[in-house]
Design a protein around this ligand. Structure first.
Ligand code: HEC
Length: 117
């Protein structure tokens, strides 16, 4: 094998290795991005308004109890949200992410204690 052949081969292998690490980095970035951007709502309040309020605001059309009229422990609210209850559907992590659900539960719990926001 000539010296030129050999160095061409080394260059080709190096280029392939670079490409592969570039691809791996891209894949890694995508995964990180997905994990970090899993906030599905701007705030817990927004999530409540969009997912729970239609059934829990005390309107005539609401099928569930008004959640603002009782004092709930945030953990209890999260449990009901994740597991559902009777006619109430369960809300999985793909519907409400954990961080948002924490905020949602804190928001509802504050309302029940008569605090605004
Ligand atoms: C499709 C309507 C519907 C949606 C949407 C809904 N719920 Fe419910 N929920 C109900 C109904 C109906 C009950 C009462 C079930 C029963 O008493 O058998 C209930 C019960 C509850 C209870 C127990 C209340 C009590 O004091 O007994 C909690 C807490 C609760 N829901 C939280 C939530 C949260 C948080 C969300 C949003 C993530 C949510 N619900 C979304 C219908 C709904």
């Amino acid at each position: 094998m000539s010296l030129l052949d050999k160095s061409l081969r080394i260059a080709a292998v190096a280029a392939l290795a670079l490409m592969a690490s570039g691809l791996a980095a891209t894949a890694r970035d995508t995964v990180t991005e997905r994990l970090d951007d899993r906030r599905m709502f701007g705030s817990g309040r927004e999530a409540f308004t969009k997912t729970c309020a239609r059934c829990h605001t005390g309107l005539d059309s609401a099928v569930g109890p008004n959640l603002f009229q009782k004092e709930y422990d945030p953990e209890v609210l999260k449990y009901f949200a994740r597991h559902g209850f009777g006619p109430m559907p369960a809300f999985t992590e793909s519907m409400i992410d954990n961080a948002t659900l924490d905020e949602l539960a804190a928001y509802v719990a504050r309302q029940g204690k008569g605090e605004s926001r």
